[in-house]
Design a binder for this molecule. Structure first.
Ligand code: HEC
Length: 191
């Protein structure tokens, strides 16, 4: 019985760790878009968003201009809005088959393509801890340079995904080490 309780406790702790430890890494466009759409804007607004093709700057202007029609956008901070505009420039328009017929019922976090944060969590922890990545302050070219090194060139990300990841990291990495949870600060690199 005691062993069982202990196991349950440990499992609970592991689950809490898994759920929270990466919270310090800022949300990417997929999550921000889901947040923006929580206010259930009109179907036409949603369709316009999912089928537009714009540069990041044009998306930013578009989002600013549509914050009344898409009230969820008002909940995003400046940098989040820019991160979302950046994400949209890489991922919109969605292929016609992916645009949901009834947006009000859509599970956006599932339906939308992965963002830079998703790529980092999925592809950047196999050889070193994520801290090596998210604490760096770099230009986009510097990021693409690292990703093109022999140690990184075989990572299974397409050219477009590398660009999207680099762009997300320019905006959201450079996290001060004091904001990184203790357990992710040292000893995690195995190279
Ligand atoms: C296959 C193993 C592997 C994976 C996966 C990996 N890295 Fe690395 N990473 C390394 C090695 C080895 C080093 C140290 C030697 C070097 O820099 O080549 C390193 C060092 C780094 C550094 C610090 C040194 C530098 O060159 O700037 C950064 C930043 C970095 N990696 C980013 C990333 C990112 C971003 C990803 C995810 C896309 C990633 N890594 C995934 C192997 C890996």
């Amino acid at each position: 019985m005691r062993a069982f309780l202990l196991a349950a406790l440990l499992l609970g702790a592991a689950a809490a760790w898994a759920a929270d430890v990466f919270d310090f890494i800022p949300a990417g466009g997929r999550t921000l878009m889901a947040k923006a759409l929580e206010g259930r804007p009109g179907a036409d607004e949603v369709r316009a968003l999912l089928s537009g093709k714009r540069t990041r700057e044009d998306w930013l202007a578009y989002l600013r201009g549509h914050s009344k029609a898409i009230p969820g956008l008002q909940r995003l901070k400046e940098k989040e809005l820019l991160t979302l505009a950046d994400y949209l420039s890489f991922n919109m328009p969605l292929p016609a088959g992916k645009i949901p017929a009834s947006p009000a019922q859509a599970n956006w976090e599932k339906l939308l393509p992965p963002d830079g944060r998703d790529f980092a969590l999925q592809y950047c922890q196999g050889c070193h801890i994520i801290t090596v990545v998210v604490t760096q302050d770099r230009s986009k070219d510097a990021w693409l340079g690292t990703l093109g090194k022999p140690s990184h060139v075989q990572i299974k990300l397409t050219r477009g995904e590398r660009e999207a990841l680099a762009s997300y990291l320019v905006l959201n990495a450079a996290i001060p080490i004091d904001d990184v949870p203790e357990e992710l600060r040292a000893g995690g690199a195995t190279y």
